[in-house]
Design a protein around this ligand. Structure first.
Ligand code: TRP
Length: 375
């Protein structure tokens, strides 16, 4: 078994064994029955069918409540440490599918405090500015302004703080250390921080004045925060938040996670379209060393980042994806052609996104959750 990888909210590295994570974290795999159940509401999203959104906590309970006439709200977020890249968009695209399907509110947290505390190279001004840049990408995806409320921690803190305090009082240092691996060298802000990320899991209940189930779509790396939130929920008198976990979005250079520290393996939403094409054309693939060799023995789609991009987001047609897999294995299609196919989908996607992102600049106020004077 490969245990040589790391997945925490602040570090993802190595070759991730996602099944092992389910075991270690104690979550449940999304199975055919759950997908069946979800398909009663809408055609299940390709990310679900293809196992990218692959794990959950209490999703059946969320649907039970929903069916009993008790709708939930969605909560997700973003740590504004840099420009938005495709890896960030993926869970938000999935979140939008959930909002469209269930017509429920979404609270979106921008954790400028977190990225300041956990990153030696960033000032608070940097992470605040970046929060505004990032929220344009959220708005650009087309969330319903009636149902979607975005907040930036250092701005909204007045409202969030009373709730964060109630959370913080129930988490001991010993728990935080065990869950997050803190030691004596961590600054004390980072130890408190989990209460800030946990609080919005109850914010919908506080603002509604009654207990409202909360569903959090997020990367599996964020699960530790919500494990803690779930443990303390009963003592606060709230429901435990439910979760849907996605796998990390792969990098273009064959790494398991698209990461801002490797610019060539990362497609930013603000990249000029030409650069996007260039990055894709130099992506890591599962091709053989020579054309002849590849014609003879075929490529390896299972390790190919270009194939993964199509699987994750950019080839919606299951049939076409299966054909591509087959043709690659048989050496019938070469990497150049395949990369070009991907660029021809991603470039227009980015261009369209950039147009909507410009429009979003006029719409920020519509989406902001403003200080209500304390929860
Ligand atoms: N910590 C997350 C990040 O670094 C941001 C975040 C805050 C978040 N609240 C969340 C992510 C809820 C998922 C769900 O990106």
């Amino acid at each position: 078994m490969n245990e040589d990888f790391k997945v925490t909210p602040w570090e993802v590295s190595g070759e991730i064994d996602y099944d092992l994570l389910v075991e270690k974290f104690g979550t449940r795999k999304i199975d055919a029955d759950l997908i069946d159940r979800l398909s009663r509401y809408a055609e299940p999203h390709p990310l679900l069918k293809r196992g990218v959104v692959y794990s959950h906590r209490d999703m059946d309970w969320i649907l039970d409540r929903y069916e009993a006439g008790e709708p939930f709200y969605l909560y997700t977020g973003r740590g504004p440490s840099g420009n938005t890249h495709l890896g960030h968009l993926m869970p938000w695209i999935f979140t939008k599918y959930l909002q469209d399907t269930f017509k429920v509110p979404l609270y979106f947290q921008l954790t400028d405090d977190e990225k300041y505390l956990f990153n030696d190279n960033l000032e608070l001004k940097d992470t605040r500015d970046m929060a505004y840049q990032n929220l344009l990408d959220v708005i650009a995806l087309g969330f319903d302004p009636e149902l979607t409320k975005i907040f930036i921690d250092t701005e909204y803190i007045h409202s969030l703080y009373p709730l964060a305090l109630k959370v913080a009082k129930r988490i001991t240092f010993s728990t935080a250390r065990a869950v997050f691996g803190f030691d004596n060298s961590n600054n004390i802000g980072s130890i408190f921080y989990t209460s800030i990320q946990a609080a919005p899991a109850f914010l919908g209940s506080v603002l509604a004045g009654k207990n409202v189930p909360c569903l959090i779509p997020c990367g599996i790396d964020q699960d530790p925060h919500f494990r803690v939130a779930r443990d303390i929920a009963p003592t606060l008198g709230y429901y435990k938040p439910a979760l849907l976990h996605n796998k990390m979005f792969p990098g273009l250079q064959g790494t398991d996670k698209m990461s801002s520290s490797q610019p060539n393996s990362t497609i930013y939403t603000t990249d000029p379209p030409k650069l996007v094409r260039k990055k894709i054309m130099s992506a890591f693939t599962g091709g053989a060393v020579s054309v002849e060799e590849q014609r003879k023995s075929g490529g390896k789609p299972e390790i190919c980042s270009v194939f993964k991009y199509k699987l994750y987001l950019f080839e919606k047609d299951d049939q076409k994806l299966a054909e591509l897999y087959d043709r690659c294995r048989k050496g019938e299609i070469l990497c150049g052609e395949c990369k070009k196919g991907l660029a021809d989908v991603i470039v227009p996607f980015i261009e369209e996104h950039q147009r909507k992102r410009e429009e979003a600049k006029e719409r920020v106020e519509e989406f902001m959750l403003r200080d209500c004077g304390g929860t």
